[in-house]
Design a protein. Sequence first.
Length: 308
Amino acid sequence: KRIRTVIQLLSWDNITCKGRFPVLAHSYISWGPIMTEELQEYLLVNKKDIYTTGVPHFDVHRLIAENRDSHQHIVRLGLDPVKPYIFFAMSSPYFAPREIEIIEKIAYWVNEGSFGDIQFIIRPHPQNVQGNMADRTWLPRLKNLNNSSVAVDFPQVNDSKIPWSMQLNDMYKLGNLIGGASVVLNTCSTISIDSLFYNVPIIVTAFDNDEKLPWWQSARRNMDYEHFAKLLQTKALNRVNNYQELFLAIRNYIANPETDSEYRKIALHQECRIDDNVSATTSVVHNLEEILKLYFSNESNADFTVTL
């Protein structure tokens, strides 16, 4: 008895960064045009077997964008909900070993008033606080940054074998904090894609404080990972390579938030195939139904499995 299989990819880097697929499927659920092209290029999948649907776990951003409420989350962090803020989503020290120094530099600029009356929210990656990639020596340094203008929002994680698994209510908080920011910063995070849903200016820090680390250890290497390089090529992200570029980029985006707006809209479609009329979850369900109809119309005694 033949079994028809479908693979739905969990992450944007599964094809180019996670090694060979041990098993291939008959059909594939793809995030967007970029992933669809990768399935054809690297796994030699026929285009007719790829269903480009968007990303179900990003549907939370659609809901938040329609009814965003950052106020309560800002207040709980001890900041002023009326004032604008910069948001930095950190990466694991494995990928950005000097990111903590960059965080401290931005906090210094904010406290000095270098960007006007603006606040700073720092969001550690779950892998900053748990898992084998964590560096807990960063935690006291982060806590020391808290004051009336700077706040650290620690993630609420699940007790899971996946160290970055977040609680659902924390995902809503994260989305609100991203959506309400004047500028979002990160080194190599999926937060860049999250930010596209809110058309918020995005800065990527591709340097290692004032050091020149070897490429294999440096944050620079993240820019060369194929999934991230493709996002950079859309021009939706502003890559900065030193503190001077970082300072100017933050200042310019605060003054001109619409800069790169059109590039961000295009990048969102390329990564996530946005359909304003249908959620990604609905699109996945619809396409699975179509796969089932097609298969059962051709096969009489058939089983069907979905692999996530």
